[in-house]
Write a protein that binds this ligand. Sequence first.
Ligand code: TMP
Length: 213
Amino acid sequence: MFITLEGIEGSGKSTQIAAIARWLKEAGYDCLTTREPGGTSIGGQIRSVLLNPANDDMASGTELLLYVADRVQHLETVVRPALAAGKVVVCDRYFDATMVYQGYARGLDKKMILRLHELACGGLTPDLTLLLDLAPEEGLARAWRRIASDDAHAAESRFEKEKLAFHRRVREGYLDLVRKQPQRFAIIDANADVAAVSRQIEAALNVVLSFKC
Ligand code: TMP
């Protein structure tokens, strides 16, 4: 079972992924949590390049290929072995982020991005994608509070520095993907408090786990 979390900056994915892992373990599932970019040692190095705010001249094609390189390494060495071992893999961001950030928001050709995913990653698609949906104004305000209080987040702020219009395209891109594949996505209202967000996520997990496990 492959579950992914998506959302704009500041949507609360990191907090929720820890809660999901606890919930799945208590329910008796063997679960692995991971993330993109940066779910492997090589991926961590790629992540630093991708998110370093000093790299503000990165070409969109370079950005796309670095995300795909991170994903190939991650799928081959972490995700596919865990899925083959019967684990529930919960990943903080995956291919939908590429479609949305590099396709909808940067403007790269979406058909080319999909083809690249099929060629490089075998087109592996999640069983469930939780979209933590939030207004970009609110998400960015949360993200910038975090950056102001934490050097580690400041070192990874290249996308937060993008204009509000970019983040609006990201949110609209995600909502468009939901319209196109409603059966795979669950929209979670990320404006609610942490406990209420967790309850919405647990309800979505219960549905998919009762069908597939
Ligand atoms: P994170 O802060 O959720 O770890 O994500 C890192 C950033 O990378 C975030 O701004 C979204 C961006 N991203 C892409 O642009 N394309 C991708 O394929 C992925 C996985 C993330």
